[in-house]
Design a protein around this ligand. Sequence first.
Ligand code: UDP
Ligand code: MG
Length: 343
Amino acid sequence: MDVRSDDLLTVVVAACNEAASLPLLHPRLRAALDRVDGVRTRVLYVDDGSADATWEVLQAIAAADPEVALLRLSRNFGKEAALTAGLDLVEQGAAMILDADGQDPPELIGEFVALWRQGYDDVYGTRIAREGEGWIRRAAAAAFYRLIGRLSRTPVPADTGDYRLLSPRALAALRQLRERHRFMKGLFGWVGFRRIALPYRRQPRLAGRSNFGLWRLWNFALEGITSFSTAPLRIATYLGLASALLAFAGMGVVLAKTLLWGDPVAGWPTMMVVIMFLGGVQLIALGLIGEYLGRLYEEAKQRPLYLVETWQPDAAGVSSPPRFANGGAAHAHGTSAAGRQAG
Ligand code: UDP
Ligand code: MG
């Protein structure tokens, strides 16, 4: 059986506590894949350390569908690591990333494939509507994209998530990026090649609730900015410079006042204000340096990005061979995997 790499598509779905959504999603995915012709398709579900019945549900799905492969991580590593684990296993053909909760409609896969066929390497879904999201979330998202667009030289298209198709060469390029802080949107942008947006309407969740609260989103935004820009470090320099200038001006005023009128002990409030201001600026700068230092520290540890508990190839066996005899720590191309989560 000769499988050329350009006629195989693997859909990678990361799932964490999606026992209620998956039985609804899979039939839709199956139907959508059956409608794609000229391309052989596989589905690879990655169970990212779910605490509910997700794994059992996935096994039932795989038992009924020979074109489903399963991967279970040893614990919850976060969506980015789960996707990395899945994509690492796609050794042939293109990969399509889809959320397990049905927010990315599988019915559009045919359109993604068509654009891939036209020669695009990174076909990314861009939401034209964010249904079921409050205005705070939308405003925060808009501010985030504006900020990262200014700070970083890597293109990060607005309103674009992980719903996308990657050609074999884009996938191979992505696999070389092994950093622990995986801000996927940035990593996809860094890879480059021929990219095109595919607008779609993001649906509400099929069941359950989002794993990303506002706090996790805030951390995710910090992750994105510090992973793809060192501009904040420079901001610290400017803050320092501005406060030093202010201090000099203040010094002139104080000196002149003392010389002209003398100075009986007054000035306690001014002193407190100055001390607090400088203390604050210094702490901000230290905090910023700390953020980057922390990332350096995590990177230096060189831990694997994820650990695999179970790998179950699809029955047709076209998906990649198991490489996890040693518990998944490292495999073929020295691709160890990524630690912290990042939503
Ligand atoms: N997910 C995951 N690991 C996590 C959190 C989320 O694999 O630690 C998966 C989740 O099952 C879903 C996708 O990532 O398929 C998006 O998560 P969610 O729907 O909670 O986020 P939102 O769509 O609200 O941004
Ligand atoms: Mg979702």
